[in-house]
Design a protein around this ligand. Structure first.
Ligand SMILES: [Zn+2]
Ligand SMILES: [Zn+2]
Length: 191
């Protein structure tokens, strides 16, 4: 069952909510009900509200600096973030690295073959063996998904970060006043 959520949550939240699973939406509704927000829920067909492309995400393309490695992402993307952790910093040589997540089944290398190394026990990072561009981040604790370096997209504007993670390791001169949520470590660990 899909729901149209009206009232205090507002239509502005709909596109964000449609990217989440129906289960999550139901969970959210239950939470808001519990908080006494008094929202109105109308069961509808989500596909009538959102065309299929929006529901499944778009097709993104990217690759490394030299062009030897190319990839595509189909389907929805999620968890866009700017990570300030020391591993991302050292592995990329940049003060912070923007990532977005996709399901591994939605990610495909279309040209070349990235090289990989383990930056910590559960984490495999990939990069172009010729030019060194940081490409992906895979964590064996999350086998269904992977992170893709936003800066390697042909159009990084398609996946702007939604928050900052590992701000406890942020460099003192990385002063970004973008108003995005900040997490000391991971998003799931909270602020
Ligand atoms: Zn390359
Ligand atoms: Zn990181």
């Amino acid at each position: 069952m899909n729901y149209l959520v009206l009232g205090p949550t507002g239509p502005a939240n709909l596109s964000r909510m449609c990217r989440e699973s129906v289960d999550k939406i139901s969970e959210k509704i239950m939470m808001r009900r519990a908080k006494g927000w008094g929202i109105v829920i109308a069961p509808i067909l989500m596909s009538t509200l959102f065309p299929r492309e929006k529901e499944t995400g778009m097709r993104l393309e990217g690759g490394c600096f030299c062009g030897a490695v190319r990839y595509e992402v189909r389907g929805r993307i999620f968890n866009s973030t700017l990570c300030h952790c020391t591993d991302c910093r050292k592995a990329s040589g940049a003060p912070a690295v923007a990532w977005f997540s996709a399901r591994r089944a939605d990610f495909r290398i279309t040209q070349g073959q990235p090289a990989r190394f383990a930056s910590s026990e559960p984490v495999l990072r990939s990069f172009c063996p010729q030019c060194g561009t940081t490409l992906t981040f895979e964590d064996s604790r999350w086998p269904e998904e992977l992170d893709i370096a936003t800066g390697s997209l042909d159009d990084p504007e398609q996946a702007p970060p939604g928050d900052h993670t590992y701000v406890r390791s942020r460099l003192s001169w990385m002063k970004l006043h973008d108003g995005l949520p900040e997490y000391a470590t991971t998003r799931s660990a909270g602020r």
